[in-house]
Design a protein around this ligand. Structure first.
Ligand code: FAD
Ligand code: EPU
Length: 336
């Protein structure tokens, strides 16, 4: 019999630092317990699987069960002369895992240094930064299927990975409790340093290698992004919009300085930060809800903002970006 806690404050469990109560709460430190918890849980009430709470915005109390994944561990399950396959338990802290790989000179995830959250959440939105994404190294994802009451493993090619998306955000949302993720890491790391600013930062490090890449990425991130321990936030609040090249050509007539990045055949990606800044939101603050003064894609809680205040601010930004550019910004953060 699993003992659920009741009316638990989630304030310290989400990086926005938003106060919300979980009607029921369980911190799971053993993956073997997952089937039992799910079986005991009435399926009529909602269930939220939670890792580090770094991509969530609570706008009200959660009237169901918050199941926080707390089992950790990293093990090498296969190796040969070129690569190793490493299995990481879902509750493992993501950046501790990255540090572990870099200490062993295993290449592949170093550009994803310092992203908050758990390894189990990394396939959910296919975390990405500095020219790399988790999907580049993921071999497979193991999960407990609530509907089928069994553990399954999906190879990476069946995970539907794309920019900030995967099958776990769509078809398997609400069904898959991710238990572990396998990564293929190179014994002969090839550096990926083409992202704007990374090469320049690397010049400060005498010895090129994945350790230097990790340190450079950490240095850039510390300069650009607010630390959730100091000011509440969930990283980029919106995704960077991807639009058809012909729409971009039309926009460029009105906004000749609009930046863009290639996004596959016939599409371009626009920096949402630029669109938001252009609409005058950078540094905006109302009460304790605000738009970060250095990175306008990041919405912040300066202290006692409510989830609703952040949500309303996000809505106002979406409206003004739409009115100015005809572009709909989609949230990256999951709104509860
Ligand atoms: P949570 O926020 O707890 O959950 C996020 C989603 O994943 C929810 O839908 C949840 O239900 C689901 N989920 C979590 N664990 C499981 C599981 N075991 N099984 C099934 N579903 C699960 N993201 C990037 O991609 N790139 C960045 O550069 C980046 N920078 C950030 C910087 C800051 C300062 C912050 C605060 C956030 C940043 N993020 C970034 C967003 C965030 O770190 C990632 O989305 C991260 O993967 C979320 O992990 P989490 O464990 O906190 O997940
Ligand atoms: N920009 C502005 N004004 C600013 C800041 C940026 O106009 O104040 C414009 C510039 O044109 C700049 C561009 O935005 O070149 C891109 O900025 P940045 O390199 O900071 O990256 P981003 O597009 O804002 C994305 C990810 C981040 C990731 C970084 C680094 C999304 C939604 N966000 O941000 O991921 O860390 O690139 O790769 O794709 C997250 O997902 O939570 C996250 C932080």
């Amino acid at each position: 019999m699993i003992q659920l806690a009741e009316n638990v404050s989630l304030r310290n469990l989400n990086t926005f630092g938003i106060e919300a109560l979980a009607r029921y709460y369980y911190f799971c430190t053993d993956p073997e317990q997952i089937p039992e918890i799910i079986a005991e849980w009435s399926q009529e009430e909602p269930l939220l699987i939670m890792g580090g709470g770094s991509n969530l915005l609570f706008t009200r109390n959660y009237e169901g069960l918050v199941l926080r994944i707390g089992f950790s561990g990293i093990k090498i399950v296969h190796n040969n002369k070129d690569y190793v396959i490493v299995e990481v338990a879902a509750g493992e802290n993501w950046d501790d895992f990255v540090a572990w790989t870099v200490e062993r000179n295993l290449g592949g995830v170093e550009n994803l240094s310092l992203i908050p959250g758990t390894a189990g959440a990394s396939p959910v939105q296919n975390i990405g930064a500095y020219g790399s994404e988790a999907a580049n190294c993921i071999e497979s994802v193991s999960f407990y299927s609530i509907g089928e009451k069994t553990t399954k493993t999906l190879p990476a090619q069946d995970c539907g990975f794309g920019y900030r998306t995967s099958i776990f955000k769509h078809k398997l949302a609400g069904d898959a409790v991710i238990l572990s993720v396998r990564f293929r890491l190179s014994l002969r790391p090839v550096l990926n340093i083409e992202y704007k600013g990374l090469k320049e930062e690397l010049q400060k490090y005498p010895e090129p290698g994945i350790r230097a890449v990790r340190e450079a990425v950490i240095a850039i991130r510390r300069r650009k992004l607010p630390d959730p321990a100091q000011v509440g936030n969930a990283g980029s609040f919106f995704k960077n919009p991807v639009i058809a090249r012909e729409d971009f050509t039309a926009l460029k007539l009105t906004f000749p300085d609009i930046p863009s990045f290639p996004a596959g055949d016939g599409f371009v990606k626009l920096p949402a930060a630029w669109l938001i800044e252009k609409c005058g939101w950078k540094g905006y603050r109302k009460g304790d809800a605000g738009v970060h003064p250095h990175q306008p894609l990041v919405l912040v809680n300066y202290g006692k903002a409510t989830g609703t205040e952040i949500y309303e601010l996000a809505g106002a930004i979406q409206t003004s970006v739409y009115q100015t550019f005809g572009i709909k910004l989609e949230p990256e953060v999951r709104i509860i």
